[in-house]
Design a protein around this ligand. Structure first.
Ligand code: ZN
Length: 133
């Protein structure tokens, strides 16, 4: 069983959305980080056992820019914590899920990450993540 590590939300501007979520959650953003491989700036909030990750595109292209253009702001992905990401990617591939990257990538917040194609997960972009120890 996987726990929800975080929920990713695509936003147009961290400058606007960080204060909005600080007000909403009544807590301060504890970390911002640029992830060059994904062309995003991220901002994190703790919400009990899980986190909210705000995602702002760093350019005109890239996954978040594309998402905002197609769908607008909103929930972008759900991330599940796994013990061994390579084993889990293999297990899910054998079950017919499509992994979007063959090799785990370095994501935000000191994690190895892999995304599953939403067409194989009922339209939900799923991120698997494993803490780098
Ligand atoms: Zn994420």
């Amino acid at each position: 069983m996987h726990s929800v590590e975080h929920i990713g939300i695509a936003v147009k501007s961290l400058a606007t959305s960080v204060p909005l979520f600080e007000n909403l959650l009544n807590c301060l953003c504890y970390k911002t980080e640029q992830v060059e491989s994904e062309q995003v700036n991220t901002a994190f909030f703790r919400t009990g056992d899980t986190k909210i990750e705000l995602l702002e595109s760093t350019g005109e292209t890239g996954p978040i820019a594309t998402f905002l253009e197609k769908r607008g702001e909103g929930i972008h992905h759900i991330a599940f914590e796994v013990e061994n990401i390579r084993e889990e990617m293999q297990r899910l591939t054998l079950l017919g899920f499509t992994v979007l990257n063959e090799i785990p990538k370095k994501g935000a917040d000191n994690k190895l990450v892999c995304f599953l194609h939403p067409k194989t997960t009922n339209g939900v972009l799923v991120e698997l993540c494993q803490e780098i120890k």
